[in-house]
Write a protein that binds this ligand. Structure first.
Ligand code: PGA
Length: 255
């Protein structure tokens, strides 16, 4: 099922071993929705633990360094994540771009490192409120896609289905505000056009996820928007109670 929707929980800097029962409950629920691909990206400290605990869903990282190894205190590389049995990694999240000054070029290098290590990669893009209010949202996001996407060569060498884009308007993250369905559809179409521009026919393939205040109440509507291939979920992914309804909303299977 190559086009299964991808529902990914981004735990950010939250979580300890005490959350393993939540992860297990999410994983058990994921088995009920085989037409949905489910991932959880916990803090680095829990990647190996979760990878071990999950059987119907995947564990992933929230960031990786562009180099495989070296003198980079505090950083974790893509091969290290793969060694911890991660299946994917998120790169270029707006919190990384803002807190750590990550540029598009750095995000691209990280994404290529992830693919080289055999991981799936979710490349995050999204405009600020100021940029949206200035009518620049599509231009900003298109430029981010152009400059953050792994090279066509890196993508063609990687196995199919390993690259996803997450469109996350910065102003929608953790705020309870979401763009209109029409705005999400327009942005996903713009991103698809950039992917096709960069990759030709292969640009039809990456899933484009929506992220930013996705919850049990709005998931069905957001996931039904044309061009939305899944969701990147922060706050609502921290409990099974919050996250499982989002997985269910992505599924066509009866509960
Ligand atoms: P949120 O975060 O769902 O809490 O808005 C989404 C994200 O930052 O990936």
């Amino acid at each position: 099922m190559p086009n299964r929707p991808f529902i990914v929980g981004n735990w950010k800097m939250n979580g300890s071993r005490a959350m393993l029962p939540e992860a297990r409950a999410i994983d058990r629920a994921a088995a009920r929705y085989p037409d949905v691909s489910v991932g959880i990206a916990p803090p680095f400290t829990l990647v190996a633990v979760l990878a071990e605990a999950l059987t119907n869903s995947q564990a992933g990282g929230q960031d990786c360094h562009a180099e495989a190894k070296g003198a980079h205190t505090g950083d974790v590389s893509a091969p290290m994540l793969a060694d911890a049995s991660a299946s994917f990694v998120i790169v270029g999240h707006s919190e990384r771009r803002a807190d750590h000054g990550e540029t598009d070029a750095m995000v691209k290098a990280k994404a290529e490192a992830a693919l080289a290590a055999g991981l799936g990669v979710i490349v995050c893009v999204g405009e600020t409120l100021e940029q949206r209010d200035a009518g620049k949202a599509e231009a900003v996001v298109s430029a981010q896609v152009d400059a953050s996407l792994p090279s066509a060569e890196a993508i063609s060498v990687a196995a199919q289905g390993r690259v996803s884009i997450a469109y996350e308007p910065v102003w929608a993250i953790g705020t309870g505000r979401v763009p209109s369905a029409a705005d999400v559809e327009a942005m996903h179409a713009a991103i698809r056009a950039r992917l096709v521009g960069a990759l030709g026919d292969a640009g039809q393939e990456p899933r484009i996820l929506y992220g930013g205040s996705v919850n049990a109440g709005n998931a069905a509507e957001l996931l039904a928007v044309k061009g939305v291939g899944g969701a990147l979920v922060g706050g609502a992914s921290l409990t099974a109670e919050g996250f499982v309804p989002i997985i269910a909303a992505a599924s066509r299977a009866e509960d």
